[in-house]
Design a protein around this ligand. Structure first.
Ligand code: DUC
Ligand code: ZN
Ligand code: ZN
Length: 471
């Protein structure tokens, strides 16, 4: 008889608040003991000299999300969670998206079926509410929140998803009454359409003009409006994929006025600029089209500052996997099309953790504690998964990353998603996960992925725990 299923020995553990050296005793997929010189185990892993962090929680990614043909996400729950595991992410939260006219319940059941038997790591679903009918507001959404779908996304742009201000107020009111987290995609739809038409009228349709159609002011205006709507209802919100200074200023203003406005940003706003969409009319820039678009170097620094000073709670990938070549991706029906028809989004599930560890922590821009808070603990708290996920503690799931420090050049060939490019091709990185454990099982050993489709569980979630709750 051994004391544990697994001991990770000599771990240099980083959590959001602490740094300590210990052995980690794992039994039944949980961390059951942290201590020095723990007893015996069926299996041991020696982490001597290496850092151990909680597995990543990627709280914003799009996998097998229904799209208008020919567009299709390249990754499903099999390839998406494979890619997550190999990049040190052990929990993902993609979106069960309601189509207009569809019941929200049907959207969840459809998405449950898409995930079934495929995931290699644990997952949960946010909802996307695109049709807030009386039935959705009064029955479906409250029931789904009670069942553990405790967050949903509201779009202020895209014709097939967007809500008007009155609808947003109605949906925020449900979040308030039932204790859910409302995530907001903040861009002014009418401004984007107006600018897009003017660009098209003057023949400016190359990928780089996507950024011209979505300047920071369209994000600033919508961010401010979302904040005002949330203030009116008196409910916390989380603004997703914040790209730069103007939205950041609105969020700082809200915080200074005592409003509970949380924020998420993504690697593309640290490592890409609008120039990656093209400095001429080449179509290659389609690879980096995402919304909001990447800005400039000065705005990258604004995002770094917000990551460090607590403005941001969540660092997600916003993995929206569309192939560059292939009729279902960036070239719909195989054609080089006007920017308005290019699917919005870029891949990043697998690279999120290593980019921030390497360019943030190892480059001296961010503490290791803050890294853990942004990539794991913060998202787990924002979306009701903490303390089961997001930390290294007794009672938590044994979701761990052991880091390997080594210099290398990132290439898409290394990656395990189904997308045919990475926007970060050729970047020099200083580290990569050398081992990923999901509930005590090795899913990535630094060289090989260990597939077990279906072992990933759909997680029921509690209420967000970022704010004190009245009992
Ligand atoms: N919004 C997202 O959240 N992801 C991809 C594209 C978008 O506009
Ligand atoms: Zn969005
Ligand atoms: Zn997204």
């Amino acid at each position: 008889m051994t004391d544990f299923d697994l001991i990770v020995r000599n771990a240099h553990v980083i959590t959001a608040s602490d740094i300590f050296d210990c052995d980690i005793g794992i039994q039944g997929g949980k961390i059951v003991q942290l201590g020095q010189a723990l007893g015996t185990a069926a299996r041991e892993i020696d982490a001597a000299g290496r850092t151990v962090t909680p597995g990543g929680v990627d709280a914003h990614c799009h996998l097998d999300q229904p799209m208008t043909p020919p567009t299709k996400t390249a990754d499903d729950f099999d390839t998406g969670t494979r890619s997550a595991a190999c990049g040190g992410t052990t929990t993902i939260i993609p979106f069960a998206a309601q189509q207009k006219g569809q019941s929200l319940r049907a959207a969840v059941e459809d998405y449950r079926a898409r995930a079934k038997g495929k995931a290699h790591v644990d997952y949960a679903f946010h909802l996307i509410v695109s049709d807030p009918t009386p039935k959705v507001l009064q029955e479906e959404l409250p029931e789904l929140i009670r069942e553990g779908f405790t967050s949903f996304k509201i779009y202020m742009t895209y014709d097939d998803m967007k809500l008007d201000d009155g609808q947003i107020l109605d949906v925020l009111d449900v979040a308030r009454q039932h204790g859910a987290m409302a995530m907001i995609h903040a861009e002014n739809s009418d401004c984007i359409e107006w600018l897009t038409k003017r660009l098209e009228a003057s023949g400016r349709t190359a990928p780089r003009f996507h950024a011209h159609a979505r300047p920071m002011l369209v994000e600033r205006e919508a961010t401010h409006r979302a904040i005002a709507l949330a203030e009116l209802v008196d409910v916390p919100i989380l603004i997703v994929h914040v790209s730069g200074r103007e939205a950041v200023e609105q969020i700082r203003w809200a915080r200074a006025h005592g409003l509970n406005v949380f924020a998420e940003t993504c690697p593309q706003y640290l490592f890409l600029t609008a120039e990656d969409l093209g400095i001429d009319d080449s179509y290659k820039g389609a690879r980096c089209i995402c919304s909001p678009p990447p800005r400039d170097k000065a705005n990258q620094q604004v995002i770094w500052d917000g990551l460090n000073d607590g403005l941001f709670t969540v660092f997600s990938s916003d993995h929206a996997p569309f192939k560059y070549d292939g009729i279902e991706g960036k070239k719909p029906n195989g054609q080089e099309v006007e920017f308005r028809h290019i699917p919005n989004g870029i891949p990043g599930l697998e690279t999120r953790m290593a980019l921030l560890w390497s360019e943030g922590v190892l480059a001296g821009r961010m503490t290791a504690n803050r890294f853990v808070e942004l990539t794991s603990t913060g998202p787990a708290k924002a979306y009701g998964l903490h303390p089961r996920k997001g930390t290294v503690a007794v009672g938590a799931d044994a979701d761990l990353v052991i880091w390997d420090e080594r210099d290398f050049v990132l290439t898409n060939e290394m990656l395990h998603h189904e997308v045919d490019y990475t926007p970060y091709e050729g970047m020099r990185l200083k580290a990569w996960p050398g081992l990923t454990l999901s509930r005590g099982e090795v899913v990535w050993d630094g060289r090989d992925f260990h597939p077990q489709p279906g072992r990933g569980e759909l997680l029921a979630r509690g209420a967000p725990t970022l704010l004190p709750t009245r009992r």
